[in-house]
Design a protein. Structure first.
Length: 161
């Protein structure tokens, strides 16, 4: 049996300290990796939402009179707002209670009519010609269990929401 002399450190203490350092490094790197993956998944969800929304709007807009109920998934704590960009309704949008970023986009004549708004997210897209038939000519459907749904109707050259 080995005798530990006074002033010597036990080998077990060194092994435990080294194990704690290695475990700490693994935990930190794992957290960073998971955070990066989570951000990429959120970005992918936004791209898929934009593509699906644009395809649905453009495909039904030319089919006059046909209707379709659509459902979209949104990232948590975000909302989708759709804005009618027709010139005759622009003043009502600017006079309404809507996000200042959306008002600025409408006021600047930027051709963006879909906005995704969240705590750390603000994305804007043009999804095709849309028409909202009642004031204030923008909608932000309520998210239920991470999904929103509404009905779209073809108008020949635009889509009624």
């Amino acid at each position: 049996m080995l005798k530990i002399k006074r002033g010597q450190i036990s080998a077990n203490v060194f092994i435990y300290a080294l194990a704690l350092v290695v475990i700490g490094i693994i935990l930190i790197m794992g957290y960073k990796y998971i955070s990066t993956i989570k951000d990429k998944i959120s970005d992918t969800d936004l791209i898929l939402l934009k593509n699906k929304l644009t395809n649905d709007i453009e495909s039904i807009s030319t089919d006059f009179g046909s209707s379709k109920k659509v459902t979209y998934s949104l990232p948590p704590l975000t909302k989708l707002c759709l804005v009618d960009l027709r010139e005759e309704v622009r003043s009502e949008i600017l006079g309404s209670d809507i996000s200042p970023l959306i008002k600025d986009s409408v006021n600047s004549n930027i051709k963006k009519n879909a906005f995704i708004i969240g705590n750390l997210i603000f994305e804007s897209y043009y999804i095709g010609e849309i028409e909202l038939n009642k004031p204030p000519y923008f909608i932000c459907p309520e998210q239920v269990s991470g999904k929103i749904d509404f009905t779209i109707t073809g108008r020949g050259n635009r889509t009624l929401i």
